[in-house]
Design a protein around this ligand. Structure first.
Ligand SMILES: [Zn+2]
Length: 82
């Protein structure tokens, strides 16, 4: 059975903190209240995304830190390595 991540609507919950994991079948209805304290919760879908975030480099220095070789265009045919 998959483990679903639930987060309190009014985080943080005093009893379950930032959220909790609840194991139940995908066919079962999602929890609407925390079984510990009873406050309203919502299923956190963010945790189910498995693809890593692709963050585009926003600057030359960040691109270099990320391992890219940065070239500066000099003219139509020439590029200068930075
Ligand atoms: Zn709770």
């Amino acid at each position: 059975m998959p483990v679903h991540r639930y987060v309190p609507l009014k985080a943080p919950c005093k009893l379950c903190g930032e959220g909790f994991d609840h194991r139940h079948a995908a066919s079962d209805p999602a929890l609407t209240a925390c079984p510990t304290c009873g406050q309203a919760v919502t299923r956190d879908c963010i945790q189910q995304i498995t693809t890593p975030k692709l963050l585009a480099p926003t600057s030359v220095s960040k691109a270099k830190q990320a391992g890219f070789t940065v070239f500066k265009r000099i003219n139509d045919n020439e590029f200068e390595r930075q």
